[in-house]
Design a protein around this ligand. Structure first.
Ligand code: AHQ
Length: 237
């Protein structure tokens, strides 16, 4: 009978998680490379904003799924902040509303965005796979899939700078969402990382957490592959 592999020491576990982002995070995807180099035209920016809106709209759904699987009140009372950040509260319009503002800033009406009329099948399937993953997985493994946000702040900073420099036709106010993520993402990923490192104590759970992060990187990548085919390869003149 094969002996179970020993758990990784924390340092090694952390380096395994970081290695996933270093190799597969979507900041390296050609769509983001074109965006951050100022090479997207109006329709390609609009297509990205409209399709990413579906992802944004499903974040509270996946976080509610994680909450519904988590029996620990002290964890739920922190994690629920993510839903408030997106759905908003009395004194905060929330990220989904800010993303609708980004839509208007790039020339997409609220009705267009809310109808998901531009939503590409491949984006829908990738996002729905994320929601189903978070419903089906143990809550700490589902939390591990959100650790892509360890790598988000650097991408947000590059994105804000690129929009300011190369896309002057996008109204400044539209970038509010990304500015908010500069503080929300590190706060959220810090909490999720501490929990994953603390609760994944067996090699099996550690490897499941790494696989969850890889799964999430792949779905973010697949979303952009779909957009690249639709708006770059098959660019409508
Ligand atoms: O705007 C983003 C966001 O609210 C979230 C929540 C988090 C999660 O729980 O999976 N991931 C995430 C991400 C957001 N923006 C992406 C981007 O490139 O603008 C990055 C993405 C992530 O890194 O997972």
């Amino acid at each position: 009978m094969k002996k179970p592999a020993l758990p990784w020491p924390e340092k090694r576990f952390l380096s395994e998680l970081r290695a996933v982002g270093d190799s597969s995070y979507h900041d390296k995807h050609p769509y983001h490379v074109l965006m951050n180099a100022g090479k997207l035209d109006r329709r390609q920016v609009q297509g990205w904003v409209a399709n990413r809106f579906y992802y944004q709209s499903q974040i509270p759904i996946k976080d509610a799924a994680i909450l519904s699987n988590c029996p620990e009140r002290d964890i739920r009372r922190v994690w629920i902040q993510r839903i408030h950040d997106h759905d908003g509260l009395v004194n905060d319009i929330g990220g989904i509303e800010k993303w609708l503002g980004l839509g208007e800033a790039v020339g997409l009406s609220r009705a267009e965005m809310l109808s998901h009329i531009h939503l590409l099948p491949g984006v829908r399937y990738a996002v729905d796979a994320y929601v189903h993953f978070c419903r089906a997985q143990p809550w700490v493994i589902a939390m591990a899939s959100s650790l892509t946000e360890l790598f988000a702040p650097s991408l947000m900073s590059r994105r804000i700078a690129a929009f300011e420099k190369f896309y002057p036709w996008v109204k400044k106010d539209g970038l509010r969402y990304f500015r908010g993520r500069l503080t929300q993402a590190p706060r959220d990923s810090g909490f999720a990382l501490r929990l994953v490192l603390e609760r994944c104590r067996t090699r099996e759970s550690q490897e499941a957490a790494v696989a969850a992060l890889k799964f999430k990187c792949e779905l973010l990548w697949a979303m952009l592959d779909t957009m690249y085919l639709a708006y770059v390869v098959n660019r409508k003149k």
